[in-house]
Design a protein around this ligand. Structure first.
Ligand code: ITT
Length: 195
C-alpha cells in the first residue's frame, strides 16, 4: 500500500517508516507540494485532520498526518499544540522549556507527549491518538531522536528518549502507540486492500 504522510518533519518520517515500513510504502507530501497548510486548529486532532486533508489534495492518494506535542503539567499543558512554534529550533525550544520550568524542587515536572494521527483518502476519514507519560529533567541527555527527546524521561525508565534510541523509543512512544492504533484501524476498515 502507498500512503502519503503530510509532514515535513524528518524525525517523524523516520519513526513512521520504522513502524509502518513493512505494511506500506511511505511518501512525504514534500514530493507533491511545498505548500504548508495553515495549522489553525484548537487541538492535535483538528490540526492532524488539516494536514491529512492537505496531503490528500496535494497527492490524490490515501494520506495521513501526525500532529503531536508535549503537554507539561506545571505549565498548564504548554507548549501543547504549539510545541513546534515554541521557539525556532529544537535547541531553543528546549532552552525555553527548561527556563519556564526553572529548578524549584517542588515544581511538578510531569508531562506527556500526545500524538494524533488523522487519515483521509477523499472518502474515508478517521483519527487515533497515543500518549506517553513521563518527566522533564533539568538538563539535556542523549543525542538520538528529535524535538524535546533529550529532556523527556518516560515513566518506568531512567533514560531520556534521546538516550534510549530509536528502536526503544519506537516500542513505547506516543507516536508508536498511535501508529499501532492506526494500523489496526486501516485493517478493520479494509483500507490496506483498497489499492
Ligand atoms: P509537521 O507539522 O510538518 O508534521 P512539526 O514539527 O511542525 O512538523 P507538529 O506541528 O506536530 O509538527 O509539532 C510537533 C512538535 O512537538 C515537534 O516539532 C517537536 O518539537 C515536538 N514533538 C512531537 N513529537 C515529538 C517526539 O517524538 N519527540 C520529541 N519532540 C516531539
Amino acid at each position: 500500500m502507498l500512503l502519503v504522510v503530510g509532514t515535513h518533519n524528518k524525525g517523524k518520517i523516520q519513526e513512521i517508516r520504522q513502524v509502518l515500513g513493512k505494511e506500506a510504502e511511505i511518501k512525504s507530501v514534500s514530493e507533491f507540494s511545498n505548500e504548508e497548510p495553515i495549522e489553525d486548529g484548537n487541538s492535535l486532532k483538528e490540526n492532524a485532520l488539516i494536514k491529512a486533508r492537505h496531503a490528500y489534495y496535494a497527492s490524490h492518494l490515501p494520506s495521513f498526518a501526525d500532529d503531536s506535542g508535549l503537554f507539561v503539567q506545571a505549565l498548564n499543558g504548554a507548549p501543547g499544540i504549539h510545541s513546534s512554534r515554541y521557539a525556532k529550533t529544537d535547541e531553543e525550544r528546549i532552552a525555553r522549556l527548561l527556563k519556564e520550568l526553572g529548578n524549584e524542587p517542588n515544581k511538578d515536572r510531569t508531562a506527556y507527549f500526545g500524538c494524533c494521527i488523522a487519515y483521509y483518502d477523499g472518502k474515508n476519514e478517521f483519527t487515533v491518538e497515543g500518549r506517553c507519560y513521563g518527566t522533564i529533567i533539568t538538563q539535556k541527555k542523549g543525542h538520538s531522536g528529535f524535538g524535546y527527546d533529550p529532556v523527556f524521561v518516560p515513566n518506568g525508565f531512567d533514560s531520556t528518549f534521546a538516550e534510549l534510541g530509536e528502536e526503544e523509543k519506537n516500542k513505547i512512544s506516543h507516536r508508536a502507540l498511535a501508529l499501532e492504533l492506526f494500523k489496526k484501524e486501516l485493517l478493520k476498515r479494509n483500507l490496506f486492500a483498497n489499492q
